[in-house]
Design a binder for this molecule. Sequence first.
Ligand code: OXD
Ligand code: MN
Length: 596
Amino acid sequence: MSKTFSSETFGQTLPSNKKLLAWVKEVVELTTPDQIFWCDGSEEEKEFLTKQAVDQKILIKLDQKKWPGCYYHHSNPNDVARVEQSTFICCERKEDAGPTNNWAAPKEMYDKLHGMLRGAMKGRTMYVIPYLMGPAGSPMTKVGVELTDSIYVVLNMRIMTRMGKVALKHLGENSDFNRGIHSVLDCDPARRFICHFPQDNAIISVGSGYGGNVLLGKKCLALRIGSALGRNEGWLAEHMLLLCLEDPEGKKTYVAAAFPSACGKTNFAMMIPPESFKGWKVTTVGDDIAWMKPGADGRLYAINPEAGYFGVVPGTNNKSNFNAMRSMECDTIFTNVARTPDGDVWWEGKDNSPPKDLIDWKGNSWNPESGEKAAHPNSRFTAPMKNNPDVAEEAEWPEGVPISAIVFGGRRANTMPLVFQAFNWIHGVYIGATVGSEMTAAAAGTLGQVRRDPMAMLPFCGYNMGKYFDHWLEMRRMIKVLPRIFHVNWFRKDSYGNFLWPGFGENMRVLQWIAERCQGRANGLETAIGWMPRYEDMNMNGIPGGMTPERFEALQKIDFEEWRRELILQDELFIKLYRDLPKELMCQRELLISRL
Ligand code: OXD
Ligand code: MN
């Protein structure tokens, strides 16, 4: 093996885990790095690597008075987002990946990727990152090891996961860990592949440096591989935020919510209740991913496997998300926002006064007349979860939190009311399976078009989506106290195109109804699509701009013509998945049609 200079620098001894050592050796022989760096997760190591990253111009040090511990990174302009077209599930049978995933045969894909990785780290350092997804000591926690040639990945992984010695200790001599290999190669989109091998608990990612493609603990392990592991092991890996709602008497309700990307999961998870909600508090357990497993008492327990936030920056300000602004005040890595030569950062939606001499995310000088965005719309902050002033203490609980409510939602200008509740678990699974959301600005020409994104997992389900629905249905036999299931839509508009609901902190009103429904305290009306609050069932005190019963009726309206169209649109997904679609869901569809 080549030189292992972290042990010289930090006195770290190599782990004794033979399986881990043998696998690292194999990858070293394949990729031939000049050096191997075993990460221990210490503060000294962070300082050392940060200095190296600055010396190598991978990171730019921000003004440390304004932004203590914060750094800036420009990515390659061709590499700014997840790439669904280059993301593969590699299992033996194509039908196991299902019609919503790209598939490749494992052997062929391994051959191709190993060919690309041969000698790929020559002249570079290979970092060995042992990490945990989940709190140390939790029975739900999984160990991963990522081998990467990117120092940016190391510094992000140490924020997003519990990394280093703690992970090696958790692993011990066990051979059960996720094997992840990442190399940026030459960052060519034509040679970019994000590949998952669920049967081997392995991931190989090449050709990209962008977070969602390369921080292998997040979308790759915690969702794609995680969902496949969860199916075999009897749990759920979901694209969900987790929050704790505490009422004035101190009673806590834990809520999990799945919204497609860019529908405000981080904002909802970090919500601050309005002034009129004295004594109510929302704390954040997680903002993106939940692992949920039935506990011994028959309830469904959830952990947030992550330790940090990798959030979209544009649009974030003290009003839209006060806690996200606090979270990124120190020890944060900013990627692809705009910056100034003296180490400040700025983005669209931060405030109305971009600083002078702004440098845009591509590194060019920028002014308001440039006609382009200064910050990339998918620019990100990577911040430790502990920076959030309202992080829940429960985020560190190894046993997780008992979930009372599961909420699905999307961005819909019409059809979907503000809130309704499923009649039961199977109906709730149908509601989750048929989630649709309007595409946002990124895809030109399709603006406003509704894309089906079942349970917000379309890009993240690591196996056949039909079988995934089946797994959700089967879970009801393992959970004695089933969470109640709801659907929300903050984005319904009137005929003039104005939002009918103020959103943000005011969503607290919906959350209160949801929590009280779970406790059997709030009323609701049985309708064709589910249980719905009437005007008098919701707390509208102090709502900005007021809320008349007429306006609320428009928000909650079930328009039969719109629902007819909705059912036809749902068919697109059902036809695609027909072969493996559980018949319970077809049955729910028929029941809904007959009720309507
Ligand atoms: C994310 C996403 O980055 O969902 O969390 O795309
Ligand atoms: Mn996400």
